[in-house]
Write a protein that binds this ligand. Structure first.
Ligand SMILES: Cc1cc2nc3c(=O)[nH]c(=O)nc-3n(C[C@H](O)[C@H](O)[C@H](O)COP(=O)(O)OP(=O)(O)OC[C@H]3O[C@@H](n4cnc5c(N)ncnc54)[C@H](O)[C@@H]3O)c2cc1C
Length: 244
């Protein structure tokens, strides 16, 4: 049994909250607190996951999502029709492939387009309040973008999803970096994490969801897509790197 003093000390020293070491098997561990990770946590809880842990390497939640301008492209027949705009998932896909220079993963792009309308209404159920207008963004080819407001839309999405995840019972560990997946018999059974004090903890789960954002901090990988993107270019994806 942890004493109150030890409990407080462990909460201060470790990103993994004290309850975490008591949970031997999480249903779901999500890595990353951008919109992808928080949405995954909410969906898992809605689908019946009993205990969900969200890990974040930074001291604050939100990743790039919280900084985002926040235009959400989606087919939304009720709102678009009210504004006299015709749209469909197939037109959205066509536009997405064109803007992506036809380098997109078509199957993934299709999933995004075919589920975009449901996503807009699911986000509303999670607490997002759109301003109600439909916009065409500068890079967009069709008016189908939604936003909460022009000042802090990314913040709104992160906060709505975080509140919903917490309300449904998710636990959050900040300053906790995922290092490696733990595998057994070719299945992922958990994740090795680094606590803020540098110590390492192994956590086990039925499912691990990686939602760690893009790869702009990985110079080797990004150079494959554009050889000009050498290490001289800083990135918001790894602001703590000493060389930046
Ligand atoms: C200024 C700006 C404006 C933008 N405007 C728009 C827009 O209008 N419309 C649009 O669609 N998109 C926009 N984007 C892009 C959009 O914000 C991103 O595509 C989206 O937020 C990515 O979300 P994500 O959850 O995948 O990643 P992120 O939000 O980056 O979240 C990833 C999280 O994972 C954490 N993490 C990473 N590695 C680890 C690890 N090993 N252990 C633990 N945690 C880890 C990170 O710290 C971060 O919190 C914009 C982006 C920026 C920066």
């Amino acid at each position: 049994m942890l004493s109150r003093r030890n409990l407080l000390a462990s909460m201060l020293l470790s990103g993994i909250p004290a309850f975490a070491s008591e949970v031997k098997d999480w249903d779901v561990i999500v890595v990353g607190t951008g919109v992808a990770g928080l949405a995954a946590a909410c969906s898992a809880l809605e689908a019946g996951a009993g205990n969900v842990l969200i890990l974040e390497k930074s001291p604050v939640v939100g990743g790039h999502s919280i900084l985002s301008t926040g235009y959400v492209a989606a087919v939304d027949k009720p709102r678009q029709q009210r504004a006299g705009i015709e749209d469909s998932p197939s037109l959205m896909l066509q536009n997405m492939l064109e803007v992506g220079g036809y380098l997109n993963d078509v199957e993934l792009a299709k999933i995004v387009c075919e589920n975009s309308e449901d996503t807009v209404y699911w986000l509303e159920r999670m607490g997002v309040k759109w301003d109600g207008n439909i916009y065409q963004t500068v890079a967009g080819l069709h008016p189908r973008s939604h936003i909460t407001n022009f000042v802090r839309a990314g913040y709104d999405y992160v906060m709505a999803l975080l509140s919903s995840a917490k309300r449904m019972g998710a636990k959050l560990a900040l300053n906790t970096k995922a290092l490696d997946l733990i595998e057994k018999d070719e299945r992922v059974i958990g994740i090795r994490v680094q606590n803020p004090d540098g110590s390492i903890t192994d956590l086990f789960a039925k499912a691990v969801i990686l939602a760690t954002g893009g790869f702009t901090a990985n110079v080797e990988l990004r150079s494959k897509f554009d050889p000009r993107l050498g290490s001289e270019f800083p990135t918001t994806a790894n602001p703590n790197r000493k060389s930046f």
